[in-house]
Ligand binder design. Structure first.
Ligand SMILES: Cc1ncc(COP(=O)(O)O)c(C=O)c1O
Length: 410
C-alpha cells in the first residue's frame, strides 16, 4: 500500500476530529489506498459507471449560444445526464465500493440540494445497503422532489432542525451519527471536503468527469481549430469543480475558473462566496479551509437560490489552489444564474441545474470577452429537473401557482 495522497493542501486540509473518529478515518484511508492500487476496484467502478451511471456523459457544442454571443465557442459537459441527474453519483459509486471492501452494511450521508442524497440512495438500492440521509428542514422544503426520490429508493430521510437547517447542519448530524455507528456504518460525504482522506477520495472519484472532458474537448477543438482557453465550474463544497479540473491542475493552461454563489449581493448573509477575501481561515467540520465567519468566529448564515451552493466553507484543495493562483474564482448572482439557465434552455434545449447555471453565467460573461477562435468548457454538473418548483415560481409565478393550487385541491 503506497501513500500517494496528502492530508494537507498548502495551509488547508487536515483531520481535526474528536478522538473517536480517528480510527474510522484511518480504516477508511487504508481501504482507499488499497483500492487505488487494486485494478479490480477500478474495473468494478468502470463497469458500474458505464452500465448504471451512463458514462461517458456527452460533450455538447453550444453552437447557437456561441453564435448569439459572438465571442468564444462554448462547450458544455453534460454531466447532468448521469443517472440521478448530477455528478454526485460518481462519488457515491466509488464510496459504496469502499464500504463493501470494509464490510460495512449501513450508509449515512448528508445532502443539501438533495442530489447527493438521491445518488447515495440510488447506489444503496442497487448494492443492497441500508441508507439514512440527513437533510436540513429548509432544504427538505425547497427540494421536495428529491426527498420523494430518496424515499422511493428505500432510504430514510432524517430531517435536521438545528442551526440554519441546511447543508452544514446536515453534515454535523451525519458526523454525530457516525461517531457512534462506524463499526457497521460508512459515511459518504458528498463533496470534496471534511477531514482527510475525504477531499482526496472525492476528487479521485469525480476526476472521471475531467478525464472524459479532456479527451472529448481535445477532439472537438482539433476538428474546429480552436484554442482551449478556460474550464468553468460552479463551486459549492467543490466536488464537481475539482473533479472537472483535476487533469489540468499540473499544467499552466487552460484557465480554471470556479464560480461561487453571489446570491442577492455581497453583504454578509446574502451570498455564499468564500474566495477573493470574503472567507477567513477556520477549522469547521473536521478540516481547515476558508469559511464565512462572523466577527465572533461563528459560521455565518449564507444565501443562494441554489441549495447546493450555500455551504459556508470551500473544499481545502480548491482553497489552496485559489490562494496559489492556479484556480481563479468568480461569482454569479441568483438572477444571473436564472438568466443563464433560460439562455441555454432557449438556445440549446438543455436545462442547467441552478447550481451549474452559476457556471453557465460565467461562461457567457467570459465568452463575450474572447475571440471566436477560443473555446470554453462549462460543466453542467446537474440538470435542472429537480429545480422545477423553484425555477417555475421565479419565472412564471402566476400560472405555476394556479397549477399548484389546482393539484392541491384534487
Ligand atoms: C447539480 C449540483 N452541482 C453542484 C453542486 C455543488 O456541489 P459541489 O461543489 O460539491 O460540486 C451540487 C450540490 O448539491 C449540485 O447538486
Amino acid at each position: 500500500m503506497t501513500k500517494r495522497y496528502n492530508d494537507y493542501f498548502g495551509d488547508f486540509g487536515g483531520r481535526y476530529v474528536a478522538e473517536v473518529l480517528r480510527a474510522p478515518l484511518d480504516e477508511l484511508e487504508d481501504a482507499f489506498l488499497d483500492a487505488m492500487d487494486d485494478p479490480s476496484f477500478h474495473d468494478e467502478f468502470d463497469e458500474i459507471a458505464s452500465t448504471f451511471v451512463g458514462r461517458p456523459t456527452p460533450m455538447l457544442y453550444a453552437k447557437n449560444s456561441s453564435k448569439e454571443i459572438g465571442g468564444a465557442q462554448i462547450f458544455v459537459k453534460l454531466e447532468g445526464l448521469a443517472n440521478t441527474g448530477a455528478h454526485k453519483i460518481n462519488n457515491a459509486v466509488g464510496q459504496i465500493l469502499l464500504a463493501k471492501r470494509m464490510g460495512k452494511r449501513r450508509i449515512i450521508a448528508e445532502t443539501g440540494a438533495g442530489q447527493h442524497g438521491v445518488a447515495t440512495a440510488a447506489v444503496c438500492a442497487k448494492m443492497g445497503f441500508e441508507c439514512t440521509v440527513y437533510m436540513g428542514e429548509i432544504d427538505i422544503t425547497r427540494q421536495k422532489p428529491n426527498v420523494f426520490w430518496m424515499e422511493l429508493f428505500g432510504a430514510t430521510v432524517a430531517p435536521v432542525g438545528s442551526g440554519q437547517k441546511t447543508l452544514k447542519d446536515a453534515v454535523n448530524e451525519a458526523l454525530r451519527d457516525w461517531a457512534s455507528s462506524f463499526a457497521d456504518t460508512h459515511y459518504i460525504i458528498g463533496s470534496a471536503l471534511g477531514p482527510s482522506p475525504y477531499p482526496d477520495m472525492v476528487r479521485e472519484f469525480q476526476s472521471v468527469v475531467g478525464r472524459e472532458a479532456r479527451a472529448q474537448i481535445e477532439e472537438m477543438i482539433t476538428a474546429r481549430d480552436l484554442n482551449l482557453e478556460a474550464l468553468v465550474a460552479c463551486v459549492g463544497g467543490g466536488s464537481n469543480a475539482i473533479g472537472f479540473f483535476e487533469p489540468f491542475l499540473e499544467t499552466k493552461a487552460p484557465r480554471l475558473i470556479g464560480v461561487e454563489a453571489g446570491g442577492r449581493g455581497p453583504e454578509p448573509g446574502n451570498h455564499a462566496a468564500r474566495m477573493k477575501g470574503l472567507g477567513r481561515t477556520g477549522i469547521v467540520q473536521g478540516y481547515k479551509s476558508l469559511f464565512l465567519l462572523d466577527p465572533d468566529g461563528q459560521v455565518q448564515d449564507t444565501h443562494s437560490v441554489s441549495a447546493g451552493l450555500d455551504y459556508p466553507g470551500i473544499g481545502p484543495q480548491l482553497a489552496a489552489l485559489g490562494v496559489a493562483g492556479r484556480i481563479e474564482f468568480a461569482r454569479a448572482t441568483d438572477s444571473e444564474a436564472l438568466d443563464a439557465l433560460q439562455f441555454f434552455a432557449k438556445n440549446e434545449g438543455v436545462v442547467f441545474a441552478l447550481e451549474s447555471a452559476h457556471g453557465a453565467a460565467e461562461a457567457i460573461r467570459l465568452a463575450r470577452e474572447l475571440p471566436p477562435t477560443s473555446a470554453i468548457v462549462v460543466n453542467m454538473s446537474g440538470r435542472g429537473d429537480k429545480d422545477l418548483f423553484i425555477t417555475a415560481k421565479q419565472l412564471d409565478k402566476e400560472r405555476w401557482q394556479e397549477f399548484l393550487a389546482r393539484e392541491a385541491a384534487e
